[in-house]
Design a binder for this molecule. Structure first.
Ligand SMILES: *Cc1c(COP(=O)(O)O)cnc(C)c1O
Length: 379
């Protein structure tokens, strides 16, 4: 089954009882059993629910692995990976350019439970090699990163993880399986905040995992049931509905992002543009090798710093100033005070998150309207 077909059919065969082509929303907490020990494959909806199972089978197919799991949020999915696979004293090597919530989960939650975490330069595979210890059980990367769209060499880091007998988890939220399939490049676990592109309509919070190996799957599945951060059937259904149009949306997001990146590159008020599709981007060549496209996120820096940013956000009419990304509507965000406010200023600046940095999530509106909105706001 080709990717566009899998988006619509994987895990979602017509309902056996009625022929319903849309997966039914099984709004039930429990299931009648035919006798003691004779259930029909379903016992209790924390443990399993047919609507959720359709979503779990779908993400596994899209990422090209055997097993899928769905969670109440991206962070709940991450928690299940860490909680299900690691124990006190285990070591994690993580790329240093991470979603703020992932960093917070590592530092403010799991460190207290005895996990050891160190960071490697996301752009430099050799630095992952140096960070490995005998106790390293997991390597964690996010690529492209937020908000500078840095690219990590997944195949190189996978090789390092494999040699160190550690698992590799890749957060594929920004690229989605439409543009990047980390499992093909050696990742053991693919992580998604389905809140973003997979859901695609800014109307549902969710997280997904795609897992290669049965033992890994069983450990994380055990944690999913034991800790219980599962999505309800409606959220699973909404996410499935979003996923059906992923290919058409991602094409449109990318076309708009390219047009925006090109226009911003020529604009006198802009000093820098971050988009992997631009030749000037340090990850351009690597992105060309490991991705099928560059996605819909664009970062740029305003010459005028914070005052210029204030004026820019005030004048926007179509882009909304908001957290999150990946929905059909265009969003603009100010990382220094929003998504990355928790990082101390000195570290922020070191990472390129300056007072003039703006992050755009290109929606799928008409590109002329988006370019006009940006041009007006930059005047
Ligand atoms: C949003 C996001 C998350 C967290 O997902 P939630 O659904 O908000 O819990 C994790 N990683 C990345 C890259 C994200 O953008």
């Amino acid at each position: 089954m080709n990717f566009e077909t899998a988006l619509i059919h994987a895990g979602q065969a017509a309902d056996r009882q009625t022929g319903s082509v849309s997966v039914p929303v099984y709004q039930t907490s429990t299931y009648k059993q035919d006798g003691i020990g004779r259930d029909r494959g379903w016992e209790y909806s924390r443990t399993g629910n047919p609507t959720r199972k359709a979503l779990e089978d779908c993400i596994a197919a899209l990422e090209g692995v055997k097993y899928g799991l769905a969670f109440a949020s991206g962070l709940a999915a991450e928690t299940a990976v860490l909680g299900g696979l690691l124990k006190k004293g285990d070591h994690v090597v993580a790329g240093d350019d991470l979603y703020g919530g992932t960093y917070r989960l590592f530092e403010k939650v799991f460190r207290h439970w005895g996990l050891e975490i160190s960071y490697a330069d996301s752009k430099d595979p050799a630095s992952f090699k140096r960070a490995m210890r005998r106790s390293t059980r997991l390597v964690w990367v996010e690529t492209p990163t937020n908000p500078l769209l840095n690219i990590t060499d997944i195949a190189a880091v996978a090789e390092t993880a494999r040699k160190g007998k550690a698992l590799l988890a890749v957060d594929n939220t920004f690229a989605t399986p439409y543009f990047q399939r980390p499992a093909e490049l050696g990742a053991d676990i693919v992580v998604h905040s389905s809140t973003k592109y997979l859901g695609g309509h800014s109307d549902v919070i969710g997280g997904l995992l795609a897992i290669k190996d049965k033992c890994v799957f069983e450990a994380v599945k055990f944690y999913q049931n034991a800790a219980g951060a599962v999505p309800g059937p409606w959220d699973a259904w909404l996410t499935l509905r979003g996923i059906k149009t992923l290919s058409v949306r991602m094409k449109a997001h990318e076309a708009n992002a390219f047009a925006i990146a090109a226009a911003l590159s020529r604009h006198p008020a802009v000093s820098k543009v971050y988009y992997p599709g631009l030749e000037s981007h340090p990850g351009h060549e690597l992105a060309g090798r490991q991705m099928d496209g560059c996605g819909g996120m664009v970062g740029f820096e305003l010459k005028g710093g914070r005052p210029a940013a204030e004026s820019f956000f005030r004048r926007l009419k179509i882009f909304s100033l908001a957290e999150s990304l990946g929905g059909v509507e265009s969003l603009a965000c100010y990382p220094a005070a929003m998504t990355h406010a928790a990082i101390p200023e000195r570290d922020r600046l070191k990472r390129g998150i300056t007072a003039g940095l703006v992050r755009l999530s290109a929606g799928i509106e008409n590109s002329d309207d988006l370019l006009e909105d940006l041009a007006r706001a930059l005047k």
